[in-house]
Each structure stands twice: as structure tokens, then as C-alpha cells.
Design a protein around this ligand. Structure first.
Ligand SMILES: Nc1ncnc2c1ncn2[C@@H]1O[C@H](COP(=O)(O)OP(=O)(O)OP(=O)(O)O)[C@@H](O)[C@H]1O
Ligand SMILES: [Mg+2]
Length: 266
């Protein structure tokens, strides 16, 4: 399902112009990372995709739907959004109910809800916590519950708003495994992240935002070579890209494999 955003402007009631004429297309099945300095409008942008915010000017289309014609509840059939802060999302007193919440709201049959919740819990090995109150879990587990509840909605588009913040390497490994499962299901994944190494390793496309606009959009290895633009946004290219530059290596992609290939001359 394609996303088509054209000339999107958004001003908060306080007068802050958070988005200032932003256009973007995302094709079905793409994996897109969004990065940029704090307050540049990343969350404001993605909240337009599920109708939590409405354009001040411009148009947001999700598939053949103009978002202006659909409620947030309607758009939830197409776009699942994991909040930047899981505690803003979690509303149930039992993990199983929390993970089932979105799927139930979409009107799925009890059998389908049961299947999707079991799958989503297993993605994060959350089964031992199924009867726990999410608020009694660690922050890492609460984030997993928040992601699992969006996985269980089985939407064609999933948005993760800074999923990696403050998480350990085990969480990263599980998140990458979950993203690979989503790739097999041909889901569109949009993730906001400040972690350039995570982006370089796991995304086909990266968008760099600055002050409510898109500054760069392309393959990670191309975007991460634009060190002057990145410096304006207070972002540093991934460590491997910087190391390759320092060694004058012609790195074609900024993954570990790409770096090793360049290092061995092939
Ligand atoms: N509810 C709100 N009311 C008023 N201004 C807001 C609100 N939410 C965000 N803003 C402002 O809008 C701008 C964009 O904020 P947004 O949260 O979209 O940025 P972000 O790129 O997601 O930042 P971060 O990296 O800190 O999560 C900022 O100037 C922010 O202070
Ligand atoms: Mg944000």
C-alpha cells in the first residue's frame, strides 16, 4: 500500500510550524528510516499517517484513501503506530489484553485475534508475561508489549517511533528479527531512529529531516556521505562510514559486509 504525502504543512495550535512543505512517497514493502535533530518534526510527520494529526495544508494519502476522509479509527486498518513513549500507548492491565487491544478494535474475529496475539507475543518471547500488568514490567518489556500490540493489528504499514531508545543489544537483535519477519510479509516499515549504525545495517532508504523539511532522501550509503548536510542536523554518519572515509576506502554500502568487502579489495 503506497503512501503519498504532498506539500504537507503542520502548525500546532501554539503557533509552532512543525512541518513546512514536505512531500514524500513510500512504496509498498519499503523499509524507511527517518532521522533528524530533536524537534525537527519526525513524530509530527508520522502522526499524520494514522490520523492523530491533520494537515494544516497539503495532502496525505494512504493507498487510495485521502487521510482527510477517514477517522483515526479507520486509518488504523492500514497504519499501525508504535508511540515514541510506550506509556502513552499502554492502557490495559494485562499484557494479553494490551496486545489484543488494537486487533479487537479493528473488529477481527476472536479466532484471528487469538492467532495474531499468540504470534505477536512469540515474536518478543512475551508468553511468560501474558497475565502480568504491563505497568509492572521493565521499560524494555513495556516497549516490547507496545510493539507487539501493533504487530497484532496486522496492518500493511507499521511505524515505529524511536523503538531503540535506551534498549540493550538483545532488544536490538529481537527487533531486527521482527523487522525481517515483517519484510517476509511484505509490510511497509517506517522507523524513526537516532541510531545511525542501526539505520545503516537495516534500512533500504533513509530520510534526514531538518526544521520540518526533508533535507536528504536516498540509500543509506549515499545519504551518509553527505557529511556537510548531516552536520547541520547534528547527526554523525555511522561509525563504519567514518572509518571507511578515514581509510579512503570506496565503501559501496555501509553495512559490516560492505565495509569488509571494500577492506579486502573486492
Ligand atoms: N503537542 C505539541 N504542542 C506544541 N508544539 C509541539 C507539540 N508537539 C511537538 N511540538 C513542537 O513541534 C516541533 C516538532 O516536534 P516533534 O515531536 O514532531 O519532533 P521530533 O523530530 O519527533 O523530536 P524528537 O527527536 O525530540 O522526538 C518541535 O518544535 C516541538 O516542540
Ligand atoms: Mg519524536
Amino acid at each position: 500500500m503506497k503512501i503519498d504525502i504532498s506539500d504537507l504543512h503542520y502548525s500546532y495550535p501554539s503557533g509552532v510550524k512543525a512541518l513546512q512543505g514536505l512531500s514524500l512517497q513510500v512504496n509498498p514493502g519499503e523499509r524507511v528510516a527517518i532521522a533528524g535533530h530533536n524537534g525537527c518534526g519526525k513524530t509530527t510527520l508520522v502522526r499524520h499517517l494514522n490520523g492523530l494529526l491533520r494537515p494544516t495544508q497539503g495532502r496525505v494519502a494512504v493507498g487510495d484513501w485521502d487521510s482527510a476522509d477517514h477517522s483515526a479509527a479507520g486509518l488504523a486498518h492500514r497504519v499501525g503506530y508504535v508511540f515514541q513513549n510506550p506509556d502513552e500507548q499502554i492502557c490495559k492491565r494485562r499484557v494479553w489484553d494490551e496486545v489484543a487491544f488494537g486487533a479487537r478494535n479493528l473488529g477481527y474475529s476472536p479466532t484471528r485475534v487469538e492467532e495474531l496475539v499468540s504470534w505477536a507475543l512469540s515474536c518478543w518471547q512475551l508468553e511468560p508475561h501474558r497475565d502480568t500488568n504491563p505497568h509492572d514490567l521493565s521499560s524494555g518489556l513495556r516497549r516490547k508489549v507496545a510493539i507487539a500490540s501493533v504487530l497484532a493489528m496486522d496492518t500493511p504499514i507499521l511505524i515505529f517511533d524511536e523503538p531503540t531508545t535506551g534498549q540493550d543489544s538483545h532488544f536490538f537483535k529481537q527487533l531486527i528479527a521482527v523487522m525481517n519477519l515483517l519484510r517476509q510479509k511484505n509490510k511497509t516499515v517506517i522507523a524513526i531512529s537516532h541510531d545511525m549504525d542501526f539505520i545503516a545495517e537495516n534500512f533500504d532508504r533513509v530520510i534526514i529531516m531538518g526544521q520540518g523539511r526533508i533535507l536528504l532522501d536516498g540509500k543509506p550509503d549515499v545519504v551518509f556521505n553527505e557529511s556537510e548536510v548531516l552536520a547541520v542536523t547534528f547527526l554523525q554518519p555511522p561509525q563504519l562510514t567514518r572509518l571507511a572515509k578515514g581509510l579512503s576506502l570506496p565503501v559501496e554500502d555501509c553495512s559490516i559486509e560492505g565495509f569488509l568487502r571494500a577492506l579486502s579489495g573486492g
